[in-house]
Design a protein around this ligand. Structure first.
Ligand SMILES: [Zn+2]
Length: 76
């Protein structure tokens, strides 16, 4: 698990006023764990792809019922 490559980055910009007050690291952590639309904590699911030897990580918002981010982690 030494290589982690982003697959798709589909989340949109956060509130600009909030961006101004947060440091870059805080902003990043917040983006990773919270819905960009409603601010709810995201739930992550992982799906193992035996054929391609990858794990697909899916971040979902329980409030909005949308998938916000999908990343594929290579096992090789
Ligand atoms: Zn949401």
């Amino acid at each position: 698990m030494d290589r982690i490559k982003p697959f798709t980055e589909t989340y949109s910009d956060m509130n600009p006023d909030v961006d101004d007050r947060l440091s870059a690291i805080q902003e990043f952590m917040h983006d990773q764990n919270h819905c960009c639309l409603c601010g709810s904590e995201l739930s992550f699911s992982h799906k193992l792809d035996h054929f391609n030897l990858t794990i697909e990580e899916d971040a979902r918002c329980g409030s909005c019922h949308i998938s916000l981010r999908t990343k594929t982690h290579s096992l090789q």
